[in-house]
Design a protein around this ligand. Structure first.
Ligand code: FAD
Length: 426
């Protein structure tokens, strides 16, 4: 193994974490090449990404100031949203978050974020190249092999190849995450397509509706035009041009959800709606599905890595490492996965700078980076698994009975609270 990052670093995976890493490395004068199997950066899930303050701070250090400014002009400010409500499966209010969206995160289109990161990463981005495996050469460098038979040699190889990472799998000797038992179907619905009544109910905020039998429906709100973090429309690269709701239906994995994976567009929308109906969902909360843009609708499994930091990145530190979902796959239920991948990237850039300056050997720098990553990853997985476990618990016979009994009571109590409040304030 060589003792410095060398002149060349290879990043496998040009998703959120890989491109953020390449942007930061480039900014600090490293030679870095990113390779991704995708042939078009824009052909990625069209949903929104929440970036908490720690991820925003990491990005400010990784990106050139002008790109960061465009990112802020393309993002919606979470602080401008009303507090997030909780609904039941009939569309009745059962609770309200205390503060507006908890943390002051910002929301950005996934495509916009990826395109901005790619710009900052520079032109050494090779698309249409699928990584197969790696080996070490006699002089200790690492050689990555791709599906077209080509090979690339580098001083450091970083796997940023997401949930089904081949790099992390080879390092760990097996998969680094497993299915949680929940499946999600996501889509985007322009707000204007909903009735005025439903627009008023959902409002300009995000919400979560829960039902029995392991079903839930997240509805996020995105309007980077009216709620921009930086009011500079001329800099905005937001893909979302009108207010939209981004919805994500969740339900337990079954033979039926397996069959849904073969469906697309309106077939997938109809199957999702029918499944929720069969679990007792009312028509009102399903309106957002009914009017969805069928083109962007997609089904995916929620995978998660272990929430025990000691079980993450279970390999000795060396000149092959990994970051982001490749190591700590995180279900989308906490909105933290992308932010943690970005913070991993910032931490690795810092460690590699220390190695280049001769303050520590490369192996030590990678070791220190992996230590911090385990803690970050475990925190995000624990947060995301709270919702996953809660939704799954409603799918047991006792959980379903309890949910069926509790939801109308909670809705009634909330209704009472609201009417007594209006009589006090009125
Ligand atoms: C529907 C949905 C909504 C989400 N919403 C949020 C949110 O609001 N906030 C949030 O923080 N997180 C969210 N997440 C999670 C977030 O998208 C991921 O955690 C984040 O993208 C992880 O970044 P990454 O770089 O590790 O992996 P990815 O961004 O998934 O990138 C992996 C890249 O590796 C490439 N790749 C894979 N295998 C190979 C190979 N063999 N060879 C070459 N390239 C390869 C892929 O093409 C991809 O570009 C969401 C996820 C989903 C599915």
């Amino acid at each position: 193994m060589t003792d410095s990052p060398g002149t060349d670093i290879i990043v496998v995976g040009g998703g959120i974490g890989g491109l953020a890493l390449a942007a930061g490395l480039r900014r600090h004068g490293f030679e870095v090449t990113v390779l991704d199997r995708d042939t078009d950066l824009r052909r990625t899930g069209g949903y929104h990404i929440t970036l908490d303050p720690r991820a925003q701070q990491a990005l400010a250090g990784l990106l050139p100031p002008d790109v960061f400014e465009r990112l802020l002009a393309s993002s919606a400010d979470g602080r401008l949203r009303d507090p997030d409500p909780f609904w039941d499966h009939k569309g009745r209010l059962i609770g309200q978050a205390r503060t507006a969206s908890g943390v002051p995160g910002i929301d950005i289109d996934r495509i916009t974020l990826r395109v901005l990161l790619a710009e900052a990463a520079g032109d050494r981005l090779v698309l249409g190249r699928t990584f197969e495996n790696f080996r070490h050469s006699e002089n200790g460098t690492v050689v990555a092999r791709f599906d077209d038979g080509s090979e690339r040699e580098a001083g450091l190889l970083v796997g940023a190849d997401g949930v089904q990472s081949r790099v992390a799998r080879q390092l760990a000797g097996g998969p680094t995450s497993r299915p949680t038992g929940l499946v999600g179907v996501c889509g985007r619905t322009p707000r204007a397509r909903l009735s005025q009544d439903e627009q008023d109910r959902l409002g300009t905020r995000s919400s979560l509706a829960v039902g029995a039998h392991g079903t839930a429906l997240y509805v996020g709100y995105l309007d980077p035009g009216a709620q921009a973090v930086l009011d500079a429309p001329e800099l905005s690269m937001a893909v979302t041009k009108e207010p939209i709701y981004i919805w994500g239906a969740m339900f337990p994995e079954s033979e039926h959800t397996g069959q849904m994976r073969a469906l697309s567009e309106s077939g997938l929308r109809d199957a999702t709606r029918d499944l929720l109906r069969s679990r007792g969902w009312g028509e009102r909360p399903l309106a957002v599905l009914e009017h969805t843009d069928t083109q962007g609708i997609a089904v995916f499994r929620f995978n998660a890595a272990s929430s025990d930091p000691q079980e993450q990145a279970p390999w000795p530190a060396g000149n092959v490492t990994a970051l982001g979902d490749a190591v700590h796959a995180t279900p989308p239920t906490a909105g933290m996965g992308a932010g943690v991948a970005i913070r991993d990237a910032a931490a690795l850039v810092e460690e590699l700078q220390a190695a280049r300056a001769g303050q520590k050997a490369l192996r030590v720098a990678v070791h220190d980076f992996e230590g911090g990553m385990r803690e970050r990853g475990a925190e995000a997985i624990r947060a995301a698994m709270k919702t996953v476990n809660w939704v799954l618990a409603t799918n047991t016979p006792a959980g379903a009975a309890l949910t069926r009994a509790a939801l109308p009571v909670l809705a009634g109590l909330h209704g009472l609270k609201r009417s007594s409040w209006s009589s006090w304030s009125g």
